[in-house]
Design a protein. Structure first.
Ligand code: NDP
Length: 498
């Protein structure tokens, strides 16, 4: 997608401080503020509230108060408001993209895809809700049976820092469409674009329908999931925190949606055009700065073409432009923060210690004027499938390479991992493609074109990658519950119960 506006970082005006957005007002944060910094330069962009118990209490109360009216709002009106959310996001996208680019450190050009997906989410659910209510209605003996869908109530939603606006849209759109109200906690490292969007929503959504509380996960996030007046938990992030949230949901018998990590295999058959396969593989492991759960980070390449593929993959990696995030020609930019950057580099050390071979990359590079940032080379590592580098989520621009010869063997390697979010297959042979696609344990499988997101296709994980589905009509089920009403025309005749 091209962009006509050429906004510069110096054009961006932010508020000095962002407290929680409650009842359509930005309130003072009860527990103080902390800095949000530009991931690449380290400059303080703004301050956000720490988001303690008091902020969460007020936000949940607002969502609870708004709930009955929102749940009863006719679907045509909810649909119209969701379309308006899409319009507002579309109108303001260039500014929000730039803010998000600066706080995440990811390359600006990538946000064209992020915002396309986010805008689409609101439009999709604006339409989907109009055709969702197709409950059963049938005559039964002496009466009638009706099944209907009802919303759940107040939803607690927690999102990560890697793709803030995609996550905001994935969470808000189905929840609101289904008639729920929301308290959203964005990630402390990347929440300014989300809070700015929240301010725009406050201009037209009924008060209390969407509330946002910035803050620290262990404080604001924990207080939100533990709040006794929330009816649903939805989370995207690490498996460790996913377990905490799943456990809380279990203890309180709450419905939960979890979208956790990934370690996707990307399988290359020998019949491919190697140049195209290398291009697709490179996109698959470097997009989103390597900081995404859906990346194709385990390249499984057939023995017949392995050497040529590797050579070309390295050549392609050398061409990737590492540079300032806000430069539209940059293709790889800064990791979100020092902790995450060091974590990625540490994985390269683990790989070396395990005996894996770093064929290219593996280093942090300096981008002048952006010394604070963790810019990491695209990294290609030859590894055995059991090694940690080939099993654990790295969340940086790195792929492992493993050779295979037999189809059964590659299926076994592909599935021998705790995750199951996505997978890729490259081949011109439809039988191979479909046979392997059927056997891979993953929620999304892209044949010959990685990241091929399509309208309304369910998105979510097998195994430790999560519970539930988003992005599709199935998400409306995640935010609704069914009710059966059986109406008898008359009471049972007297004497039925003796
Ligand atoms: P986390 O899972 O810690 O963070 C995700 C969100 O959960 C953030 O909003 C965070 O708050 C919040 N959170 C943290 N602890 C709690 C808690 N106890 N209760 C409620 N909410 C909480 O991910 P990290 O940012 O630490 O990233 C670590 C790893 O997780 C990455 O390296 C990657 O492997 C994986 N990850 C996966 C993502 C995915 O899309 N599946 C996205 C991000 C990370 P806070 O604002 O404090 O960060």
């Amino acid at each position: 997608m091209s962009t006509s506006t050429e906004l510069k970082p110096s054009d961006i005006r932010l508020d000095e401080r962002y407290g929680p957005i409650i009842n359509n007002r930005v309130e003072e944060a009860a527990d103080g503020y902390m800095d949000v910094v530009n991931a690449a330069t380290g400059d303080v962009m703004a301050q956000i509230g720490r988001g303690g118990q008091s902020d969460i209490d007020r936000a949940v109360k607002a969502a609870r108060t708004a709930y009955p009216k929102w749940a009863e709002t006719p679907i045509e009106q909810r649909s119209a408001l969701l379309n308006k959310m899409a319009d507002v996001l579309e109108e303001n996208q260039e500014r929000l993209k730039l803010i998000e680019c600066m706080e995440t450190g990811r390359a600006l050009h990538e946000f064209d895809l992020d915002y396309q997906l986010a805008i689409y989410q609101f439009r999709y659910f604006a339409g989907a809700i109009l055709t969702y209510y197709q409950g059963e209605s049938r005559p039964v003996d002496n009466g009638y049976l009706i099944t209907k869908k009802e919303p759940l109530g107040v939803c607690a939603q927690i999102i990560p820092w890697n793709v803030p606006m995609i996550m905001t849209a994935f969470k808000l759109a189905p929840a609101l469409a289904a008639g729920n109200t929301v308290v959203l906690k964005p990630a402390e490292d990347a929440c300014l674009s989300v809070l700015e969007f929240g301010k725009l929503l406050s201009e037209f959504l009924p008060p209390g329908v969407v509330n946002m509380v910035p803050g620290v996960g262990e404080e604001a996030g924990q207080a939100l999931i533990d709040h006794e007046d929330v009816d649903k938990l939805a989370f995207t992030g690490s498996v460790d925190v996913g377990r905490i949230i799943g456990k809380t949901a279990g203890e309180r018998i709450l419905p939960v949606t979890l979208e956790l990590g990934g370690k996707a295999p990307h399988i290359v058959f020998p019949d491919v055009d190697i140049d195209s396969a290398v291009e697709n593989a490179t996109l698959g492991y470097t997009f989103f700065n390597g900081e995404s759960c859906i990346l194709g980070t385990r390249l499984l390449v057939h023995d017949d073409i392995y050497d040529e593929f590797v050579e070309k993959l390295i050549e392609r990696a050398k061409e990737i432009k590492i540079g300032p995030p806000t430069d539209r020609s940059t293709r790889l930019a800064s990791i979100i923060n020092k902790k995450q950057g060091e974590r990625v580099l540490n994985y390269f050390n683990i790989a070396r210690e395990e005996g894996a071979k770093i064929l290219y990359g593996g280093n942090r590079v300096t981008v002048p004027g952006h010394e604070h940032g963790y810019f990491i080379e695209p990294t290609i590592i030859e590894a055995e499938p059991h090694m940690r580098i080939a099993q654990e989520e790295i969340f940086g621009p790195a792929a492992t390479l493993t050779r295979w010869k037999e189809v059964d063997e590659v299926v076994e390697i592909a599935n021998d991992v705790e995750y199951g979010l996505a997978a890729g297959i490259m081949t011109t042979d439809l039988e191979n493609a479909m046979t392997v696609a059927n056997k891979i344990e993953a929620g999304s499988i892209w044949i010959n074109s990685y990241f091929n997101f399509q309208s309304g296709a369910p998105f979510g994980g097998y195994k430790n990658s999560g519970v539930g589905r988003e992005y599709s009509k199935e998400a409306l089920d995640e935010y609704s519950q069914s009710k059966t009403i059986v109406a008898a025309f008359k009471m049972p005749p007297l004497g039925t119960f003796k």
